[in-house]
Write a protein that binds this ligand. Structure first.
Ligand SMILES: Nc1nc2c(ncn2[C@@H]2O[C@H](COP(=O)(O)OP(=O)(O)O)[C@@H](O)[C@H]2O)c(=O)[nH]1
Ligand SMILES: [Mg+2]
Length: 452
């Protein structure tokens, strides 16, 4: 997610080799400056960062560790501004959130993502409100999203935004909802009409949070527009979307400080799980290539059912892992979002994340072949892969539209995977796994000795 920035930090740090060497420090800071500017970090932010890092490193003695520590602490400073972090619940439910921003910035998608995040990870009862009634298509878009993630929606094409909001709040009160997310209309540019409408919706909603949704690809424009929305309507947080398309990532670094409002979430993908809380110390850890185990644990912990996981481990240990279990696993993995973002949370796996790119479980050809194969099996065959005789394989291959070779290859892979899983689940399995991981990393990886 922050590949470019992480790389530039690594390069800069690589310049420092000796103790007490001002020249090395100068080289490192000028390298850092160059790459930060290239990554689209605002020049004022860069200047401040460089000055502080240089000063602090000198104070504590020039060396890799001190440079790293100074960089890490300054990055945290820059990303932390006064205000709430991540998602904060109001002391008295429901927590009411107004989503505002320009048209196309990602408000509707992000409303869905937030609802999904709150439902899946925080186990909250969420109500979504369609207050963008300008375009019929907008209501329909939100309706589809909400039905997909199974979240309740309040919409009425014949009512005004203010009426809808009032109705939704009454419903939330009566039916004890935890959170109300209000999606509003945007326009291509800021105009008075938009601000008036938002203002009246704001009065009706009396929100706990006003999230300004900004498209990361618009760079410094996103910052300027955020400032205007802050002045005219008031905002309590920024959500940066389309971060997957903005490989530079520098906007995220300066945004909070420039706007004076904390960055709360980052959206990186079109699917519902593709959203992450922006918690400064965790992000800094990831920027430094040290991974973010807490976020990973939260994400997987919320999605993976513990009982189910235990049952599965038992099956794997006994060598009974079958195709039904496999399908179940795939469904759970889909809820976790993109493989790339998961990998980037594991210390030292940043490089691998880059190589893997995005494995899309819905659209990967191989996964589709496996799914076709499984759906052509009888329930008994799914339970017990050993039943698959040659004649059965022929029938399955016809049903799945695959040739014999493909079927044999997939079945063999499956057998090997089950064997490997059994082996790893036994004694010393974790050790083997770690050895395997460190072999795959092959150097690169995280910086040693980064304080966490
Ligand atoms: N790649 C990518 N696309 C996104 C992201 N967020 C939103 N989009 C896409 O941006 C487009 C506009 O989003 P929408 O939610 O309708 O914007 P709105 O007009 O502000 O409500 C849609 O095609 C979304 O799928 C994101 O984080 N990554
Ligand atoms: Mg919309």
């Amino acid at each position: 997610m922050f590949d470019t920035l992480t790389d530039s930090f690594k390069n800069a740090i690589g310049k420092i080799r000796f103790h007490d060497d001002e020249k090395a420090l100068k080289k490192a800071t000028s390298e850092l400056k160059k790459s930060l500017l290239k990554a689209d970090v605002h020049h004022k932010v860069v200047k401040e960062l460089i000055t502080t890092v240089e000063r602090e490193t000198k104070k504590s003695g020039i060396g890799k560790d001190n440079f790293l520590r100074a960089l890490q602490s300054e990055l945290t400073q820059i990303l932390t501004v006064e205000g709430n972090q991540g998602f904060v619940f109001a002391s008295k439910p429901p927590t009411v959130v107004l989503m505002i921003g320009l048209q196309g910035s990602g408000k509707t998608t992000t409303t869905g993502k937030l609802a999904y995040f709150l439902k899946e990870q925080k186990k909250k009862k969420v109500l979504v409100v369609a207050a963008d009634l300008q375009r019929l298509a907008a209501v329909e878009q939100l309706r589809q999203i909400c039905s997909h993630i199974e979240v309740e929606l309040v919409a009425d094409e014949n009512a005004s935004p203010v009426e809808i909001v009032k109705r939704a709040l009454t419903k939330a009160e009566n039916e004890l909802y935890d959170v109300v997310l209000i999606d509003t209309a945007g326009r291509l540019a800021i105009d008075e009409e938009l601000m008036d409408e938002l203002d009246s919706v704001k009065k009706a909603a009396n929100p706990d949070e006003l999230f300004y949704v900004a498209d990361a690809m618009t760079g410094q424009d996103a910052v300027r527009t955020a400032q205007t929305f802050k002045e005219k309507i008031g905002i309590s947080g920024v959500i940066l979307t389309k971060f997957d398309g903005d490989s530079k990532g520098g906007v995220a670094l300066g945004l909070a400080q420039q706007v004076g409002v904390p960055l709360r979430f980052i959206g990186a993908g079109e699917k519902m799980p593709d959203i992450e809380q922006f918690l400064p110390d965790r992000i800094v850890s990831r920027l430094m290539g040290a991974g973010d185990i807490e976020s990973l644990a939260e994400k997987t912990g919320a999605v993976i059912d513990e009982k189910q996981a235990k049952r599965l481990t038992q099956k794997i240990k006994k060598g009974q892992f079958n195709f039904n279990d496999f399908v179940e696993q795939m469904e759970q993995m889909k809820k976790l979002g993109s493989m790339k973002s998961l990998l980037s949370m594991i210390p030292g796996m940043g490089n691998m994340a880059k190589q893997i790119g995005d494995m899309d479980l819905d659209n990967s050809e191989e996964v589709n072949r496996i799914k076709a194969l499984i759906s052509s099996m009888t329930p008994k065959e799914r339970e017990n892969p050993d039943l698959l005789t040659n004649s059965r394989k022929r029938r399955i291959s016809k049903g799945a539209g695959l040739d014999q070779q493909q079927v044999n290859r997939i079945l063999k892979q499956f057998k090997n995977a089950a064997k490997m899983a059994k082996k790893l689940s036994g004694k010393g399995g974790m050790k083997q796994m770690q050895d395997m991981m460190s072999q795959m990393q092959g150097g690169g990886g995280s910086f040693p000795g980064v304080p966490r």
